[in-house]
Design a protein around this ligand. Sequence first.
Ligand code: NZQ
Ligand code: ZN
Length: 388
Amino acid sequence: MQNFTYQNTTKIVFGKGKEEDVGEYTAKHGSKVLLHYGGGSIKKYGTYDKVIESLEAAGVEYVELGGVEPNPKLSLVQEGIELAKEESVDFILAVGGGSVIDSAKAIAVGYFYDGDVWDFYYGDAEITEALPVGVVLTIPAAGSESSTSSVVTKLDGMYKRSIDSKLIRPKFAIMNPEITFTLPNYQTACGAVDIMAHIMERYFTNTDNVEYTDRLSEASLKTIINNTPKVLENNEDYAARAEIMWVGSNAHNGLLGTGREEDWSSHGMEHELSGIYDVAHGAGLAVVFPAWMNYVYQHDLERFAQFAHRVWDVDPDFKDLEWTARQGIKKTKEFFSQIGMPVTLKELDIPAKRLEEMAEKATENGPIGSFVELDTEDVLTIYNNALE
Ligand code: NZQ
Ligand code: ZN
């Protein structure tokens, strides 16, 4: 195990009706809030009204900016920064999923910066200050509600890039599984894949002696695998929704990566897909992750066989190590298909013509990944292998 420092400062407020207390939690951090949300689901399903009522009851003033699209765009972030400055807000409340939260985090860092906020995403400036952000989560997926990162897309050049800073970890995250009852099955499944990917990006590591976080990861994966089919069958299965929502945060708050090297090349390759083709992040990962696994598994057959045995209950004594390892990959891919996710680029309607450009962009700062380092050629091969 490697040395590490771990501090997760997001207060988690979990359970039925908890969004009705958002005013109280917000008032601890700010008195004038930018309320940020997406394309309308919160209005359609009543969360908006509850949040407004709670803010008003707590005497918190607010201005609002809706319209965040999935794969959030820089242009709305820039609009949000202008509005936040004009109105001198002192807190940002994100009500939504990863896209809304990431857009809120971007506004939070842009607020104190005179240049273009994209400088942070392109590595041209360092984050030294940010407005505090709070969250009412409506979809378990990205884990942004307690993560230190934000991912934004700049349409000019189709760049999807991220920042990482402890200054943007949300102050609180309110999570009521009931709010997720209204999710379309496709979004639920995308969320499940993203959560699994956050765990697997950390699980496939070269660091030895990480049994505790291995076992936490395996339990987390199994919980998603057991509960996702249940909520796809019955959208209002509170118990199963609650399990998924809680795993979603723990999958990406840093705990499962403590003491180990993490990989993240599948996320890097996926961001090029959703950056150019605007596909849902989870759907892109369902295609890229198994293709990555097939490309690298021979690097550590034992780790892949352990994954197959402990996560997918493959009998390790049935055949040899390589067979066991391959079964785990096969079962991962089958599960993604079973919950309605695409597993090939063809199913996502992504043709071969821009794969080279994507491979170059994914590796523009050098090789990606750490389990196995991937250069441009490797990435291109993985994209090609994912075609059909
Ligand atoms: O916009 P509205 O109308 O709210 O609809 C949304 C959106 O269309 C809908 N939705 C959300 N909650 C709902 C609901 N529909 C019905 N009922 C509800 N309760 O779901 C759609 C997708 O929302 P989005 O926020 O885009 O989903 P997700 O949470 O998967 O976020 C994806 C974004 O997060 C980034 C991804 O790259 C992508 O841009 N990520 C952020 C990370 C982070 N900051 O730590 C890490 C991740 O790896 C990921 O990259
Ligand atoms: Zn992700």
